[in-house]
Design a protein around this ligand. Structure first.
Ligand SMILES: [Zn+2]
Length: 467
C-alpha cells in the first residue's frame, strides 16, 4: 500500500501549472511519490499522515541547473576573492588537486543540504576534477550523498582533457585522457541512469569548457550521449577571456565553435551564456538549446549579466542555478531567485521578468532544461516535490497581498520550513532530517582546511592572504 500524506489547509498553493492556478486555503494529497489531488477539504483515509500547513505557502521545488558541489569546500578563500575567472581557476585548480572521495562526499552533503534548505528539490552537478592518482569514482560518491539526503539528482560526468602543455588552462595532473573519460561516462550511464518517470537519478555528460577540453572530446561525448539518450552540458560564453581564447585558438566565437562540434539542440544546455550576439541568441532559441542562468556567480566573478529575457523570448529553455559555491560563496536558491529578478529589472526596466515568471524559470524552466515533464509544477500526476514556506514569519509581515511577489522580493528568512522530495519529507522545521547538520559542517570544515593546507605546502602560495 502506498504511503499517503496530506498537506492540509495551506494559506496558498502556487501551482505554476499551465493556467497559473493559485489555490487559497486548500489541501494537497500525495500518494507514494506522486501528487494525487489539490483542492479544498480533501477527504482522506484513516492511514493518511497530515501536515498542518496553516499559514504556509506551498510552491513547487526549485530545480538547480548548474553547480560544482566540491567548491563548497573552497568558499571565501582570501587569495581568490578579488579576481576574475581565469586567474580564479588557475589558483583554485591547485587546491582542487587535493579532492578525494571523502572531500567530495562532504562537499556534496553541504551543497545539497543547503539547496534542500533553500527551496530546491532537484539539482544537477558538474564534477570535472579527477586528480591523477586518486579514486575516479567521485560521482558515485555524490550519488550516494544525494540518496542519503533524499534529493532528486542529475549528476553530469564532467571532464577536462586539455591541460597547460596542450594550450589549455588546467594543470596536467587534473586532466584525464579522452579514452578514460568516455569509458567512465559509459560506465556511469549504465550503472545509474534511470530514464523512467519520477526517476531520482539521471546522468548527463559534461566536458568542462572550450578552454579545458579538446574539440574531439566534445564531439565524441555528444555522439556517446545521443547513443544512450542522455543529455549534454558545458560552460559557454561566461567571460570575454573565453571569447578571446576561442577566437585565437579556433578562429570562432564560443557558440559558433560549439555548434561546429554538434553542440546545439534540445539535448544540450549551457551554463552562463552571457556574451552572446543577437544572432546567437536567436539561434539558441530556434534550436531550443538550454541555458543555466547563474546570476550571483556572474556578479561575484564580474563576468557580466546574461540577457535572460531575450533568451526566453527567443525560445531558449532557461533555468536558474547557483553555480559552484566558490564562485558565489553560497548554494542558496532564494538568493538566485531574487537576484535573477532584480538583474532583469535593472537591465530592462519594467519589461524585465515578473516575480511569477522568475519563479516559473526556477521551477518549470529548470525542469525543461533537464528534459523533465514530471517535475516543476504542482498538479495531479506530477512528482511530489514541493516546499512549504512559513508565511507567518516576520519577513512576510505586511506582504500578504501577493504570495509570489512576497516570496521573490521579501523573505529574508531564506530557510524553508518543510521540503518534500518524491513524497518524502527531507527538511522539517528548517532542518535536514537525514543528518545532524553539525556532523556535515564539522567534517566539511576539517577536509576543507586539510586541502588548503596541503595545496599551500605544495605550491608555496599563501591562500589565506588577500590578493
Ligand atoms: Zn560552473
Amino acid at each position: 500500500m502506498l504511503d499517503k500524506l496530506l498537506i492540509k489547509n495551506a494559506q496558498w498553493i502556487i501551482s505554476l501549472d499551465d493556467e497559473g492556478n493559485r489555490y487559497q486555503n486548500a489541501d494537497l494529497l500525495i500518494e507514494g511519490n506522486v501528487i494525487k489531488a489539490i483542492g479544498k477539504n480533501l477527504e482522506v483515509e484513516y492511514d493518511t499522515q497530515v501536515i498542518d500547513a496553516t499559514g504556509k505557502v506551498v510552491i513547487p521545488g526549485m530545480v538547480n541547473t548548474h553547480h560544482h558541489f566540491y567548491q563548497t569546500l573552497t568558499r571565501a578563500i582570501p587569495s581568490t576573492q578579488e579576481i576574475e575567472l581565469f586567474d580564479w581557476l588557475t589558483q583554485l585548480y591547485e587546491i582542487w588537486r587535493e579532492l578525494d572521495e571523502e572531500s567530495v562526499y562532504f562537499g556534496s552533503l553541504v551543497a545539497m543540504g543547503e539547496l534542500l534548505k533553500t527551496g530546491c528539490t532537484t539539482s544537477t552537478d558538474h564534477h570535472y576534477v579527477f586528480p591523477r592518482g586518486k579514486s575516479t569514482e567521485l560521482i558515485d560518491v555524490q550519488i550516494k550523498a544525494a540518496k542519503e539526503l533524499g534529493m532528486r539528482f542529475h549528476p553530469t560526468r564532467g571532464s577536462m582533457s586539455l591541460s597547460k602543455k596542450d594550450g589549455g588552462l588546467p594543470p596536467d595532473d587534473v586532466v584525464q585522457t579522452e579514452e578514460e573519460i568516455l569509458e567512465d561516462s559509459e560506465r556511469l550511464i549504465k550503472l545509474y541512469h534511470d530514464p523512467n518517470p519520477y526517476a531520482m537519478c539521471r546522468i548527463a555528460l559534461a566536458p568542462c569548457s572550450p578552454f579545458s577540453v579538446t574539440g574531439r572530446l566534445m564531439e565524441e561525448t555528444v555522439v556517446l550521449a545521443r547513443k544512450y539518450g542522455v543529455i549534454c552540458h558545458t560552460h559557454l560564453a561566461e567571460t570575454k577571456d573565453e571569447e578571446n581564447f576561442c577566437l585565437e585558438k579556433f578562429g570562432m566565437r564560443p557558440f559558433e565553435y560549439m555548434k561546429s562540434l554538434g553542440w546545439s539542440g534540445e539535448d544540450i544546455w549551457f551554463a552562463h551564456s552571457i556574451h552572446l550576439t543577437d544572432d546567437e541568441i536567436k539561434e539558441i532559441g530556434e534550436t531550443r538549446s538550454g541555458v543555466a542562468h547563474c546570476p550571483v556567480s556572474n556578479l561575484k566573478l564580474s563576468s557580466g549579466i546574461a540577457r535572460i529575457k531575450d533568451l526566453v523570448d527567443a525560445g531558449a529553455r532557461v533555468g536558474l542555478a547557483v553555480d559552484g559555491s566558490a564562485s558565489n560563496d553560497s548554494s542558496n536558491m532564494w538568493a538566485e531567485l531574487k537576484t535573477a529578478y532584480l538583474l532583469q529589472k535593472y537591465t530592462l526596466g519594467q519589461k524585465g521578468l515578473s516575480a511569477e515568471e522568475t519563479l516559473r524559470m526556477a521551477c518549470r524552466g529548470g525542469a525543461e532544461v533537464l528534459g523533465r515533464t514530471d517535475i516543476g509544477y504542482l498538479a495531479p500526476g506530477m512528482a511530489a516535490d514541493m516546499v512549504l514556506i512559513d508565511f507567518t514569519d516576520i519577513a512576510f509581515a505586511g506582504a500578504q497581498h501577493d504570495p509570489v511577489a512576497a516570496i521573490v522580493t521579501c523573505g529574508d528568512s531564506q530557510v524553508v520550513d518543510t521540503t518534500i522530495v518524491n513524497g518524502k519529507v527531507v527538511v522539517r522545521d528548517g532542518k535536514l532530517l537525514a543528518f545532524n547538520e553539525d556532523f556535515i559542517a564539522t567534517n566539511a570544515n576539517r577536509v576543507s582546511a586539510r586541502m588548503v593546507a596541503a595545496a599551500a605546502k605544495r605550491t608555496g602560495i599563501d591562500y589565506l592572504k588577500s590578493n
